[in-house]
Design a binder for this molecule. Structure first.
Ligand SMILES: [Zn+2]
Length: 400
């Protein structure tokens, strides 16, 4: 590995912190060392000398890289669900720098016996740890729990490096009491859990209603707005009110129900619980701009400032999921999206254009302090685009 590498981003027009309690930060400059944020604020107050990578943000906004809290990857940058390649690279062009698997359920011939599902989870965790498509961090290896699993199985999984459960309810465990026991075993060994909420997603999956969700007590109320079919409104508000778990709203769900869940979180004064995902690949396809679309939808139809909604897809998720990215503060991973108002979008500035329902344009992404993409091939073109003034001399090609 190289000696300490330094990244400087100057002329930042707006800093989006990812912190829902304070979504905007003062400053125009950020310095990162060895892929971690070292300082943020005014350029005159920071040590900006001798960078290996220098970015002139040209007045664009710096946000933490977006986190998709709910994806269904299988292997590499290929999904069998819709027979697409390079879908993760396409999401990077939508500003997504981290993804969290809710189960590698689309693997053809997915093993459902216990030793087989454990082997798959361990292998998935490894292959995404060893290979990051276009630099995107894919947190995968999320087993779908099945009847007959015992405490030792969760201990084995944790010891082998598995940190997530796939959506509870996609396997044979659909009853609240059984799910509760297994979620508790997972938690005991440090494995995070999420649960499918709502009607069946595809033939073969089943209904998980609010009573099962509350009894199972998984860490995340997975797609509270359905994946695709939502629960009745009174069950959604009840889920928000009767537990303190994460309220995950997904693109491939019911948009009206998503707005209801978000509004309920605000009524409860618990906006820090709201996190965003796409639940893609799925029957609805792959949405490279899905997280940006969620941000624009929730901000515009829900009348929530864009800078706050962006926190749902960054800091909220990072805090809830224990990730080291998602917030602009010293020590965090230098994972960013540089964005600006789309060309010809209405609204006095980028935040106003998002609040009117328009997507911003992505001009650059950075992961671990390295530039991974420049002007997005997928978003509407941004008015202003950052310039990569200096890049490391012998870059290893990125993507590793
Ligand atoms: Zn689901």
């Amino acid at each position: 590995m190289n000696a300490a590498s330094k990244l400087v981003i100057r002329n930042i027009g707006l800093i989006l912190s990812g912190m829902v309690e304070k979504p905007l930060l003062d400053g125009d400059c950020l310095v990162a060392l060895d892929g971690k944020i070292a300082g943020v604020g005014r350029e005159r107050d920071l040590d900006v000398g001798h960078p290996d990578t220098l970015i002139d943000a040209r007045g664009t906004a710096l946000a933490p890289g977006l986190i998709d809290s709910h994806v269904h990857p299988v292997i590499g940058d290929y999904t069998p669900r819709q027979q697409q390649i390079n879908w993760i690279d396409s999401c990077l062009h939508g500003g997504v720098t981290s993804m969290i698997s809710a189960g590698e359920v689309h693997l053809p011939g997915r093993p459902k016996d216990i030793v087989g599902l454990k082997a798959l989870a361990i292998a998935s965790q490894r292959w995404y740890e060893n290979f990051r498509p276009s630099g995107v961090k894919v947190h995968a290896g999320a087993p779908v729990i099945e009847d007959g699993m015992e405490e030792q199985d969760f201990k084995d999984l944790a010891e082998a490096g598995v940190k997530l459960l796939g959506e509870v309810g996609l396997g044979s465990v659909k009853a609240g009491d059984k799910a509760k026991q297994m979620v508790a075993w997972a938690r005991k060994y440090g494995i995070q859990s999420t649960i499918h909420t709502g009607g069946p997603s595809i033939p073969g999956s089943g209904l998980i209603d609010k009573d099962v969700v509350l009894e199972a007590d998984a860490d995340i109320i997975g797609h509270i707005n359905g994946g695709h079919t939502a629960l009745p409104d009174d069950q959604i508000t009840c889920l928000c009110e009767q537990c303190r778990r994460g309220i995950e709203i997904v693109h491939n769900g019911n948009e009206r129900a998503g707005l209801l869940a978000m509004r309920t979180a605000f009524e409860l004064k618990q906006p820090e619980r709201v996190i965003l995902g796409t639940d893609s690949p799925a029957g609805s396809g792959v949405q490279p701009l899905g997280i940006l679309r969620m941000i624009a939808m929730l901000s515009s139809l829900g009348n929530v400032p864009a800078e706050t909604v962006i926190c749902f897809a960054t800091g909220n998720t990072a805090r809830m999921r224990g990730l080291d990215c998602g917030l602009i503060e010293a020590g965090r991973s230098a994972d960013f999206a540089l964005i600006d108002r789309a060309q010809h979008a209405p609204g006095k500035d980028m935040l106003a254009s998002i609040a009117q329902g328009n997507l911003p344009g992505v001009g650059m992404t950075v992961i671990d302090g390295l530039v991974r993409s420049q002007r997005s091939r997928n978003t509407p073109p941004a008015e202003k685009v950052p310039e990569l003034v200096k890049a490391p001399a012998a870059a290893g090609g990125g993507g590793h």
